[in-house]
Design a protein around this ligand. Sequence first.
Ligand code: NAP
Length: 243
Amino acid sequence: MKQGIAIVTGASRGIGKEILTSLVQSGHKVIGTATTTNGAAAISEMIGREKSGYVLDLSDRESIVRLVQSIKQDHSEPISYLVNNAGITQDNLMLRMKPDQWMNVLNVNLTGTFHLTQLLLKDMLKARWGRIVNISSIVGSIGNPGQVNYAASKAGLEAMTRCLAAEVAARQITVNAVLPGYIQSDMSEQISEGHKEKVLEHIAMKRFGSPADVAHAVEFLLSDGAAYMTGQRIVVDGGMYML
Ligand code: NAP
Protein backbone atom coordinates (compact mmCIF):
# COMPACT_ATOMS: atom_id res chain seq x y z
CA MET A 1 0.00 0.00 0.00
CA LYS A 2 1.31 3.42 -0.99
CA GLN A 3 1.72 6.04 1.73
CA GLY A 4 -0.42 9.14 1.46
CA ILE A 5 -3.79 10.45 2.44
CA ALA A 6 -7.08 9.04 1.15
CA ILE A 7 -9.97 11.49 0.72
CA VAL A 8 -13.59 10.33 0.69
CA THR A 9 -16.20 12.96 -0.19
CA GLY A 10 -19.65 12.68 1.37
CA ALA A 11 -18.33 10.53 4.19
CA SER A 12 -20.82 11.61 6.86
CA ARG A 13 -23.49 9.08 5.93
CA GLY A 14 -24.41 6.10 3.80
CA ILE A 15 -21.98 4.65 1.31
CA GLY A 16 -19.25 7.26 1.93
CA LYS A 17 -19.23 6.61 5.67
CA GLU A 18 -18.78 2.89 5.04
CA ILE A 19 -15.96 3.51 2.54
CA LEU A 20 -14.27 5.78 5.08
CA THR A 21 -14.54 3.17 7.84
CA SER A 22 -13.26 0.34 5.67
CA LEU A 23 -10.24 2.40 4.57
CA VAL A 24 -9.41 3.32 8.18
CA GLN A 25 -9.62 -0.37 9.11
CA SER A 26 -7.27 -1.34 6.31
CA GLY A 27 -4.64 1.10 7.61
CA HIS A 28 -5.12 4.16 5.39
CA LYS A 29 -4.83 7.69 6.74
CA VAL A 30 -8.28 8.94 5.72
CA ILE A 31 -9.99 12.31 5.47
CA GLY A 32 -13.74 12.54 5.01
CA THR A 33 -15.98 15.44 4.05
CA ALA A 34 -19.47 16.59 5.04
CA THR A 35 -21.44 19.69 4.07
CA THR A 36 -21.64 21.03 7.66
CA THR A 37 -19.15 21.74 10.44
CA ASN A 38 -21.07 19.37 12.73
CA GLY A 39 -20.80 16.63 10.11
CA ALA A 40 -17.07 17.28 9.71
CA ALA A 41 -16.56 17.19 13.51
CA ALA A 42 -18.47 13.91 13.70
CA ILE A 43 -16.11 12.40 11.11
CA SER A 44 -13.02 13.45 13.14
CA GLU A 45 -14.62 11.98 16.25
CA MET A 46 -15.53 8.74 14.47
CA ILE A 47 -11.98 8.28 13.21
CA GLY A 48 -10.53 9.38 16.56
CA ARG A 49 -8.04 11.78 15.02
CA GLU A 50 -8.21 15.57 14.85
CA LYS A 51 -8.45 17.17 11.42
CA SER A 52 -9.91 14.10 9.74
CA GLY A 53 -13.25 15.68 8.90
CA TYR A 54 -13.59 18.74 6.65
CA VAL A 55 -16.43 20.80 5.24
CA LEU A 56 -17.03 20.55 1.50
CA ASP A 57 -19.82 21.86 -0.70
CA LEU A 58 -19.22 20.55 -4.20
CA SER A 59 -21.62 23.10 -5.69
CA ASP A 60 -19.26 25.91 -4.64
CA ARG A 61 -15.80 26.08 -6.23
CA GLU A 62 -14.53 28.31 -3.39
CA SER A 63 -15.41 25.59 -0.90
CA ILE A 64 -13.49 23.04 -2.98
CA VAL A 65 -10.41 25.29 -3.16
CA ARG A 66 -10.65 25.92 0.62
CA LEU A 67 -10.81 22.19 1.32
CA VAL A 68 -7.66 21.44 -0.65
CA GLN A 69 -5.77 24.38 0.93
CA SER A 70 -6.81 23.38 4.46
CA ILE A 71 -5.79 19.75 4.01
CA LYS A 72 -2.39 20.81 2.65
CA GLN A 73 -1.89 23.19 5.60
CA ASP A 74 -2.91 20.60 8.19
CA HIS A 75 -1.17 17.50 6.80
CA SER A 76 2.31 16.97 5.42
CA GLU A 77 1.61 13.73 3.53
CA PRO A 78 0.60 13.84 -0.14
CA ILE A 79 -2.96 13.04 -1.18
CA SER A 80 -2.64 9.76 -3.05
CA TYR A 81 -6.19 8.40 -3.03
CA LEU A 82 -9.42 10.15 -3.98
CA VAL A 83 -12.89 8.65 -3.71
CA ASN A 84 -15.45 10.94 -5.35
CA ASN A 85 -18.48 9.58 -3.53
CA ALA A 86 -20.66 12.60 -2.67
CA GLY A 87 -23.76 12.91 -4.80
CA ILE A 88 -27.33 14.16 -4.70
CA THR A 89 -30.67 13.51 -6.40
CA GLN A 90 -33.43 16.00 -7.17
CA ASP A 91 -35.90 13.86 -9.06
CA ASN A 92 -38.67 15.03 -11.32
CA LEU A 93 -40.18 14.01 -14.62
CA MET A 94 -38.57 15.77 -17.57
CA LEU A 95 -41.54 18.05 -18.28
CA ARG A 96 -41.73 19.18 -14.66
CA MET A 97 -38.02 19.46 -14.00
CA LYS A 98 -37.00 22.96 -12.95
CA PRO A 99 -33.80 24.43 -14.39
CA ASP A 100 -32.47 24.58 -10.80
CA GLN A 101 -33.03 20.85 -10.29
CA TRP A 102 -31.07 20.11 -13.44
CA MET A 103 -28.24 22.51 -12.55
CA ASN A 104 -27.96 21.53 -8.85
CA VAL A 105 -27.48 17.85 -9.61
CA LEU A 106 -25.06 18.47 -12.48
CA ASN A 107 -23.12 20.99 -10.37
CA VAL A 108 -22.61 18.69 -7.39
CA ASN A 109 -22.27 15.29 -9.07
CA LEU A 110 -20.27 16.25 -12.14
CA THR A 111 -18.86 19.80 -12.12
CA GLY A 112 -17.84 19.73 -8.45
CA THR A 113 -16.18 16.36 -8.93
CA PHE A 114 -14.31 17.78 -11.93
CA HIS A 115 -13.00 20.76 -9.89
CA LEU A 116 -11.89 18.66 -6.91
CA THR A 117 -10.22 16.03 -9.08
CA GLN A 118 -8.41 18.68 -11.12
CA LEU A 119 -7.06 20.35 -7.98
CA LEU A 120 -5.77 17.08 -6.55
CA LEU A 121 -4.43 15.69 -9.79
CA LYS A 122 -1.41 17.99 -9.99
CA ASP A 123 0.25 16.42 -6.94
CA MET A 124 -0.55 12.89 -8.11
CA LEU A 125 1.06 13.67 -11.46
CA LYS A 126 4.16 15.02 -9.69
CA ALA A 127 4.31 11.94 -7.47
CA ARG A 128 3.72 9.72 -10.50
CA TRP A 129 1.20 7.71 -8.50
CA GLY A 130 -2.46 7.96 -7.62
CA ARG A 131 -5.80 6.19 -7.30
CA ILE A 132 -9.12 7.80 -8.17
CA VAL A 133 -12.48 6.08 -7.79
CA ASN A 134 -15.70 7.77 -8.91
CA ILE A 135 -19.00 6.56 -7.49
CA SER A 136 -21.45 6.51 -10.37
CA SER A 137 -24.75 4.58 -10.58
CA ILE A 138 -26.30 1.94 -12.82
CA VAL A 139 -28.95 4.56 -13.55
CA GLY A 140 -26.39 6.33 -15.77
CA SER A 141 -26.44 3.23 -18.01
CA ILE A 142 -29.98 1.88 -17.81
CA GLY A 143 -31.95 5.11 -17.25
CA ASN A 144 -34.78 5.68 -14.79
CA PRO A 145 -37.94 7.79 -15.09
CA GLY A 146 -37.65 11.00 -13.09
CA GLN A 147 -33.87 11.07 -13.09
CA VAL A 148 -32.74 12.72 -16.35
CA ASN A 149 -30.51 15.07 -14.34
CA TYR A 150 -29.04 12.39 -12.09
CA ALA A 151 -28.54 9.85 -14.90
CA ALA A 152 -26.89 12.48 -17.11
CA SER A 153 -24.54 13.45 -14.27
CA LYS A 154 -23.52 9.84 -13.69
CA ALA A 155 -23.09 9.03 -17.39
CA GLY A 156 -20.94 12.17 -17.60
CA LEU A 157 -18.90 11.04 -14.62
CA GLU A 158 -18.21 7.71 -16.31
CA ALA A 159 -17.14 9.43 -19.52
CA MET A 160 -14.85 11.66 -17.46
CA THR A 161 -13.45 8.52 -15.78
CA ARG A 162 -12.45 7.00 -19.12
CA CYS A 163 -10.94 10.20 -20.56
CA LEU A 164 -8.92 10.98 -17.45
CA ALA A 165 -7.80 7.35 -17.16
CA ALA A 166 -6.35 7.59 -20.67
CA GLU A 167 -4.65 10.92 -19.88
CA VAL A 168 -2.83 9.81 -16.72
CA ALA A 169 -2.27 6.06 -17.05
CA ALA A 170 1.39 6.45 -17.99
CA ARG A 171 2.00 8.16 -14.61
CA GLN A 172 0.68 5.14 -12.68
CA ILE A 173 -2.54 6.93 -11.79
CA THR A 174 -5.63 4.75 -12.15
CA VAL A 175 -9.14 6.14 -12.55
CA ASN A 176 -12.12 3.82 -12.25
CA ALA A 177 -15.84 3.94 -11.53
CA VAL A 178 -18.06 1.90 -9.24
CA LEU A 179 -21.71 1.64 -10.26
CA PRO A 180 -23.96 0.75 -7.33
CA GLY A 181 -27.48 -0.50 -7.92
CA TYR A 182 -30.02 0.05 -5.13
CA ILE A 183 -28.13 0.43 -1.86
CA GLN A 184 -29.70 0.99 1.54
CA SER A 185 -29.02 4.62 2.52
CA ASP A 186 -30.82 7.93 3.07
CA MET A 187 -30.79 8.43 -0.70
CA SER A 188 -32.65 5.20 -1.51
CA GLU A 189 -35.03 5.78 1.44
CA GLN A 190 -36.67 8.48 -0.70
CA ILE A 191 -38.12 5.73 -2.94
CA SER A 192 -41.74 4.70 -2.21
CA GLU A 193 -42.45 1.19 -0.82
CA GLY A 194 -44.42 0.34 -3.98
CA HIS A 195 -41.52 1.27 -6.22
CA LYS A 196 -39.06 -0.64 -4.01
CA GLU A 197 -41.10 -3.84 -4.52
CA LYS A 198 -41.01 -3.33 -8.29
CA VAL A 199 -37.25 -2.75 -8.20
CA LEU A 200 -36.69 -5.92 -6.15
CA GLU A 201 -38.31 -7.96 -8.94
CA HIS A 202 -35.43 -6.91 -11.20
CA ILE A 203 -32.64 -7.67 -8.73
CA ALA A 204 -31.43 -11.25 -9.28
CA MET A 205 -30.28 -11.54 -5.65
CA LYS A 206 -33.66 -10.30 -4.35
CA ARG A 207 -32.20 -7.87 -1.86
CA PHE A 208 -30.99 -4.30 -1.79
CA GLY A 209 -27.26 -3.83 -1.41
CA SER A 210 -25.53 -2.58 1.72
CA PRO A 211 -23.00 0.27 1.82
CA ALA A 212 -20.40 -2.40 2.69
CA ASP A 213 -21.07 -4.16 -0.65
CA VAL A 214 -19.94 -0.96 -2.40
CA ALA A 215 -17.05 -0.26 -0.02
CA HIS A 216 -15.47 -3.65 -0.80
CA ALA A 217 -15.32 -2.81 -4.52
CA VAL A 218 -13.82 0.61 -3.80
CA GLU A 219 -11.22 -0.87 -1.49
CA PHE A 220 -10.21 -3.31 -4.21
CA LEU A 221 -9.80 -0.54 -6.80
CA LEU A 222 -7.58 1.40 -4.38
CA SER A 223 -5.46 -1.63 -3.60
CA ASP A 224 -2.20 -2.81 -5.17
CA GLY A 225 -4.18 -5.72 -6.64
CA ALA A 226 -5.96 -3.33 -9.02
CA ALA A 227 -2.76 -1.68 -10.29
CA TYR A 228 -3.38 -2.81 -13.89
CA MET A 229 -7.04 -1.74 -14.04
CA THR A 230 -7.97 1.70 -15.28
CA GLY A 231 -10.88 3.35 -17.06
CA GLN A 232 -13.13 0.53 -15.90
CA ARG A 233 -16.56 0.22 -14.31
CA ILE A 234 -17.43 -2.23 -11.56
CA VAL A 235 -21.16 -2.81 -11.16
CA VAL A 236 -22.36 -3.63 -7.61
CA ASP A 237 -26.08 -4.27 -8.02
CA GLY A 238 -26.90 -7.86 -7.08
CA GLY A 239 -27.34 -8.83 -10.72
CA MET A 240 -29.80 -6.13 -11.75
CA TYR A 241 -27.91 -4.88 -14.79
CA MET A 242 -25.73 -7.48 -16.46
CA LEU A 243 -23.45 -5.87 -19.02
P1 NAP B 1 -26.50 9.83 0.99
O1 NAP B 1 -26.77 8.83 2.07
O2 NAP B 1 -27.61 10.75 0.57
O3 NAP B 1 -25.21 10.69 1.39
C1 NAP B 1 -24.78 11.72 0.55
C2 NAP B 1 -23.44 12.25 1.02
O4 NAP B 1 -23.06 13.31 0.12
C3 NAP B 1 -23.51 12.86 2.41
O5 NAP B 1 -22.30 12.63 3.07
C4 NAP B 1 -23.69 14.35 2.12
O6 NAP B 1 -23.18 15.20 3.16
C5 NAP B 1 -22.85 14.51 0.86
N1 NAP B 1 -23.28 15.68 0.09
C6 NAP B 1 -24.55 16.06 -0.22
N2 NAP B 1 -24.54 17.23 -0.92
C7 NAP B 1 -23.23 17.59 -1.06
C8 NAP B 1 -22.57 18.70 -1.64
N3 NAP B 1 -23.25 19.70 -2.21
N4 NAP B 1 -21.23 18.74 -1.57
C9 NAP B 1 -20.50 17.76 -0.97
N5 NAP B 1 -21.08 16.69 -0.38
C10 NAP B 1 -22.43 16.60 -0.43
O7 NAP B 1 -26.06 9.10 -0.36
P2 NAP B 1 -25.52 7.60 -0.62
O8 NAP B 1 -26.70 6.75 -0.91
O9 NAP B 1 -24.57 7.19 0.43
O10 NAP B 1 -24.79 7.82 -2.03
C11 NAP B 1 -23.39 7.99 -2.14
C12 NAP B 1 -23.02 7.95 -3.62
O11 NAP B 1 -23.47 6.73 -4.19
C13 NAP B 1 -23.68 9.06 -4.44
O12 NAP B 1 -22.79 9.54 -5.42
C14 NAP B 1 -24.85 8.36 -5.11
O13 NAP B 1 -25.23 8.99 -6.31
C15 NAP B 1 -24.27 6.99 -5.33
N6 NAP B 1 -25.27 5.94 -5.47
C16 NAP B 1 -26.12 5.62 -4.46
C17 NAP B 1 -27.07 4.62 -4.64
C18 NAP B 1 -28.04 4.22 -3.56
O14 NAP B 1 -28.93 3.40 -3.83
N7 NAP B 1 -27.93 4.71 -2.35
C19 NAP B 1 -27.14 3.96 -5.86
C20 NAP B 1 -26.25 4.31 -6.88
C21 NAP B 1 -25.32 5.29 -6.68
P3 NAP B 1 -24.13 15.69 4.39
O15 NAP B 1 -24.29 14.51 5.31
O16 NAP B 1 -23.37 16.79 5.02
O17 NAP B 1 -25.43 16.13 3.79
